[in-house]
Design a protein around this ligand. Structure first.
Ligand code: TIU
Length: 239
């Protein structure tokens, strides 16, 4: 068992039963010119999370932890886009329309993809989700259950939208979630603050909160098991 210093108390986990889940680190949200900016937001606030996430991602790979990435987006015919989601906000440019980085939040478009700094490696599942929560209309639960994973280390954007929706969904499906506060980001600093406080309040009503420094102090010491790790499982599956 490994232990990360966290609030409201230490987060204990078995490296074989934990996954690093990186939520929606897509150009559309993180870079200027994407959907985030179309919504009127300052995307520079999200860029701050990239370096700490990268450090946690690289350490998790070295440790052999299971790594999953998610992307919010829709089929090119928008058949999985609720009319309510399309029209909400009364924006001039909305999901599916042409933006500076291709059609906004449409799968296969440049803006929809994960930023180069955090590019998924072969063997790391990328879960495409049409909603805010990563469990809605995806196979995330099946991917995790098939490996007996019941604890998640959560990073990504935005804290009060897709991160907390996913953490809440995860709770109701029996997962423990540890959120790393410098590895999640919001366009609104006050929402970031309150979202993290809501997670750890009431004895950890939704989970635990820590940071990348405390997590890395522990993940850096984990050695991958010979039979574990993403590569060897893939090899087994292919055999
Ligand atoms: N707008 C906003 O803050 N977020 C989203 O629309 N999606 C995610 O959080 N990924």
């Amino acid at each position: 068992m490994a232990t990360i210093r966290a609030e409201p108390y230490a987060f204990k986990f078995d490296p074989a039963s934990v996954a690093l889940v990186i939520i929606d680190m897509q150009r559309d949200f993180v870079y200027p010119g994407g959907f985030g900016e179309v919504l009127g937001n300052d995307t520079s606030l999200l860029l701050k999370a990239v370096k700490p996430i990268k450090r946690v991602l690289e350490a998790s790979r070295r440790a052999g932890l299971y790594v999953i990435h998610t992307r919010e987006g829709h089929r090119s015919d928008l058949s999985d886009l609720w009319p309510t989601k399309k029209s909400r906000g009364r924006l001039k440019t909305t999901i599916g329309d042409k933006g500076p980085m291709g059609r906004i939040l449409v799968r296969g478009e440049h803006g929809h993809d994960i930023i180069d700094e955090l590019k998924p490696r072969a063997g790391e599942p990328v879960v495409d989700k049409p909603g805010k929560g990563a469990f809605y209309a995806t196979d995330l639960n099946e991917l995790l259950k098939s490996r007996n994973i019941h604890q998640l280390i959560v990073c990504g954007v935005t804290t009060e939208v897709c991160v907390t929706t996913t953490v809440r969904e995860a709770n109701d499906r029996g997962y423990d979630c540890l959120v790393l506060e410098d590895c999640v980001a919001s366009y609104f600093p006050e929402f970031q603050d309150f979202s993290l406080r809501m997670i750890k309040a009431q004895g950890g009503i939704f989970g635990w909160v820590s940071n990348s420094t405390k997590a890395l102090a522990v993940i850096d010491k984990i050695r991958p098991k010979k039979s574990g790790g993403q590569k060897s499982v893939r090899r087994r599956a292919a055999a």
